[in-house]
Write a protein that binds this ligand. Structure first.
Ligand code: C5P
Length: 405
């Protein structure tokens, strides 16, 4: 679950207090949690408690979300991997079943392209009423997942089904729901390159690039979560492969190119690897010795294939080719030139100069990027690499929806 993100909608019911514990359980498992608190929900728990536990801004009013460049309601509903409604009241269930969007919570539920998990909580008679039964049936048919309600004594003193599932049961349901791939990119094959390449000089030395692979691994994870058949071609890195992804490990640029070509045809190629531009012309079979009196060896370099450019001009060119551009100065103009020079459709550009504290984006958890296409340039706010990945995949999904229509 680590690195995933959940949008939690807290409806108005006495069980809302359990949602505070749910947030703690999610956060301690590394799940980023953003919350929408309905007006009724705010009668039971305070926005301050929710903000403190999520360490995020709490969203509560549709019309305060005017700053669309920051986080509009559509974006809010799609930035997460899963939308969880806990407690799911009769009101929220009814609104979604009927297609109503009268406040932020119901709007986000209608606008999301992610799976929805509901943890209903209400009085037993309400739960058993014909209209709530109808809502539950419609929602289940529409693919909404449910956890609970459980049987037991209710806050109102009655007994029967209607108690919200316990936080740990909801966590288990969230874990299961997150493991089901989405469907937006079903039937699409995606290739992602990530990490550095290492170009051997002798059996113990190599020429390489600084790259943790984190951004590329997050992109592969996001593509697979959106339902794409995803192959991650990775240079040597220290991180674990995401689930649902076919991992192909390589060392050199030439191996990376061969592995990419072996996976063609594909629909999407996202080339985020930091490929070494050059390699030593000869790799020695035994370790080069340092010997007293001998001059330091001179290493002649030869150019490596440019994998991005090769795929962009390939006979079996993927339909969408996305490159990366790590720049230290004039980020936008260099990246724009790189897009056309290499024949990529899009370039994701980032500034890898130091941030003044001597840190760079490399190896870190956050990234601030610009998306450059043939027709637009967008600068995204700094965010977690997993969020950059999700946002890129939203653009990819939108691109294929637009070109299909
Ligand atoms: O030219 P530069 O290395 O800045 O280009 C960056 C982009 O090109 C990235 O998408 C990177 O993965 C790709 N690239 C490549 N093969 C190379 C060099 C870069 O695929 N030999």
């Amino acid at each position: 679950m680590r690195g995933k993100s959940v949008l939690l909608i807290i409806g108005g019911g006495i069980a809302a207090y359990k949602s505070l514990d749910l947030i703690r359980r999610l956060v301690e498992r590394g799940v980023k949690t953003r919350a929408i608190l309905t007006r009724a929900g705010a009668e039971f728990v305070t926005p301050l408690s929710v903000a403190a536990l999520t360490a995020e801004k709490v969203y509560s009013d549709l019309f305060s979300l005017t700053d669309e460049s920051e986080m509009g309601h559509i974006e809010l509903s799609r930035a997460a991997d899963l939308v969880v409604v806990a407690p799911a009241t009769a009101d929220l269930m009814g609104k979604l079943a009927a297609g109503l969007a009268s406040d932020l919570a119901s709007t986000a539920l209608l606008a999301t392209d992610k799976r929805i998990l509901m943890a209903p909580a209400m009085n037993v008679r309400m739960w058993q009423s014909p209209s709530v039964r109808r809502s539950a049936d419609i929602l289940a048919r529409d693919g909404v997942l449910f956890v609970g309600p459980n049987d037991g004594e209710m806050a109102c003193g009655e007994f029967g089904p209607g108690r919200m599932a316990e936080p740990l049961e909801i966590v288990t349901a969230i874990e299961k729901a997150l493991a089901i791939p989405g469907s937006a990119l079903n039937g699409f094959k995606a290739l992602v390159t990530a990490g550095p390449t290492q170009e051997p000089l002798d059996p113990v030395r190599f020429l390489g690039n600084r790259s943790s692979g984190k951004q590329g691994y997050a992109i592969a994870d996001a593509l697979a979560s959106a339902g794409a058949d995803t192959v991650l071609i990775s240079g040597p890195v220290e991180i674990a492969a995401p689930s649902h992804v076919k991992l192909v490990r390589v060392t050199t640029a030439r191996e990376m190119l061969a592995a990419c070509e072996a996976e063609l045809p594909a629909d999407i190629a996202v080339m985020s690897a930091a490929v070494a531009d050059w390699r030593p012309e000869f790799a020695m079979n035994s370790k080069i010795k340092k010997e007293a009196g001998h001059a330091a060896p001179v290493v002649r370099l030869v150019e490596n294939p440019d994998i991005l450019a090769e795929l962009a001009h390939h006979q079996k060119r993927p339909r969408l080719v996305v490159g990366f551009a790590a720049e230290t100065d004039d980020v936008l103009s260099h990246a724009t030139a790189k897009r056309s020079r290499k024949g990529a459709d899009w370039i994701v550009a980032n500034d890898v100069s130091t941030n003044g504290k001597g840190e760079t984006v490399m190896g870190g958890e956050r990234n601030q990027v610009h998306l450059i296409t043939a027709t637009k340039q967008e600068s995204w706010p700094e965010m977690a690499k997993a969020d950059v990945a999700r946002r890129l995949v939203q653009h990819i999904t939108q691109h294929f929806q637009d070109t299909a229509s």
